[in-house]
Write a protein that binds this ligand. Structure first.
Ligand SMILES: *Cc1c(COP(=O)(O)O)cnc(C)c1O
Length: 412
């Protein structure tokens, strides 16, 4: 176990051996697929075709499957499907029932427990959907759900209501309605492609989709949210990178939760994206016994920087039905943030956010650094707990006349 959840105690100092092993880059290896040619193993279509999707196959490959996992897998395909790529499966430690990789992708019977405050659409996305497959919650940007499929399924998926087994959502193959909405909504300057996983689209469809969005004059900024670099690094081909670089400025947000996910295969895939000029961010979800531990989180964010990825958000786990066994406390999340800010590289520190239940959007939550403030001064502490004072302008307005506005370059 990574920590003692019952007490929420801060972690005792690690043995340096554990920290070292968390920071090492290793290959996932071939595991049970040693007999297949390299050309197959490295082919993303082969990886998809050979995904583990049934209880029988999972039992064959993982004889240590527990009763809870067995029962959970039996029920999984009625809700969120089971799917694990062979590559990602090889990252599982079969001897460790609490393996942080295993907990993310192998169903457990606890998925059938639903607390009263848990929902199927915890972030109220459906109520902010002007056309199917598009969520327009913030003034200047939209979330564009381009597919309901992923390379593998995270057991805590915030969109389990619509991925894998579909649910009457209109993933119109031509994306006409969604693109039309963006075209006639000039406030939208930022389009975030998500799903499902957009990088499951073929190169040709992705190129066409990005091209159609780029052709809209008010769309300045494109983003892709994807876990494919982690689940299926074989998908990040030179051909895909060549397509992405044609549609700049385009950022990619990946999703990794544990340092062991950052294998040599992943580091190389992320390197190809970075070399194509794609700025990379990471979104993690705070997960119980996976990464709710300052030592694990610090190893993760440091490894991300080595892969040229900026840790972007750390999400408090959404109140998705059947996810309580994977959810850690906000108190724990704040303790982890406290152990990052100031203690390590600022670039390595993500913003901890809660996606407000019911549809308020992402709200930052931070450890308290301001101890008191009044009209005259601010008292605050630093990461070491030392106390400082800073004077406040007495009535909140500057004492002197502000400098004249700096002229715009074209007016000079
Ligand atoms: C997360 C999210 C975005 C993007 O938010 P950023 O803070 O800009 O990364 C946009 N729309 C929806 C509905 C989202 O959930």
């Amino acid at each position: 176990m990574l920590n003692d959840a019952s007490t929420d105690n801060p972690e005792e100092p690690p043995s340096s051996g554990r920290l070292h092993s968390l920071k090492m880059f290793r290959s996932a290896g071939r595991g049970p697929w040693a007999d297949f040619p390299d050309a197959d193993w490295n082919d993303w279509h082969w990886q998809l075709k050979h995904r583990i999707t049934t209880l029988e196959r999972l039992q064959q490959l993982l004889p240590t499957l527990t009763r809870e996992e067995h029962a959970g897998t039996l029920l999984a395909n009625h809700k969120l499907a089971l799917a694990i790529t062979p590559y990602f499966f090889n990252l599982i430690d079969p001897t460790d029932e609490c393996c942080p990789i295993r907990r993310q992708v192998i169903p457990r019977i606890e998925e059938t427990n639903t607390a009263p405050w848990e929902l199927s659409d915890p972030c109220g996305e459906d109520s902010h959907s002007p056309v199917p497959g598009l969520v327009h919650r913030y003034p200047d940007r939209v979330l564009f759900l381009v597919t309901d499929r992923c390379a593998a399924y995270c057991r805590y998926c915030t969109r389990s209501r619509l991925v894998s087994n579909a649910s009457g959502y209109d993933f119109h193959p031509d994306f006409d309605r969604q693109i039309d909405y963006i075209r006639r909504t000039p406030a939208v300057r930022d389009v975030l492609l998500s799903g499902g996983d957009p990088l499951l689209l073929s190169d040709a469809r992705l190129d066409e989709l990005l091209g159609r969005l780029r052709a809209i004059p008010h769309v300045e900024f494109l983003r892709i949210g994807t876990r494919i670099p982690i689940f299926l690094p074989q998908r990040i081909t030179p051909a895909l990178c060549a397509i992405l670089r044609r549609h700049h400025p385009l950022f990619v947000s990946i999703h990794s939760n544990h340092p062991r996910e950052l294998s040599t295969e992943v580091r190389e895939a992320l390197g190809r994206l970075a070399d194509a000029g794609v700025p990379l961010g990471n979104q993690s979800v705070l997960l119980r016994y996976v990464n709710d531990d300052p030592i694990v989180m610090r190893a993760l964010v440091h490894k991300l920087l080595l892969c040229r990825v900026k840790p972007y958000y750390l999400y408090q786990c959404d109140l998705i039905a059947g996810s309580a066994h994977l959810r850690s406390s906000v108190r724990r999340g704040l303790e982890i943030m406290e152990q990052l800010r100031g203690h390590t590289t600022g670039y390595a520190v993500p913003q901890y956010v809660i996606d407000a239940p019911g549809g308020g959007g992402k709200v930052p939550v931070n450890p308290e650094y301001v101890l008191s403030r009044n009209a005259d001064r601010l008292v605050f502490r630093n990461f070491e707990g030392r106390i400082f004072e800073y004077p406040e302008a007495s009535d909140g307005t500057p004492r002197q006349k502000p400098p004249a506005r700096i002229p715009e370059p074209e007016l000079v």
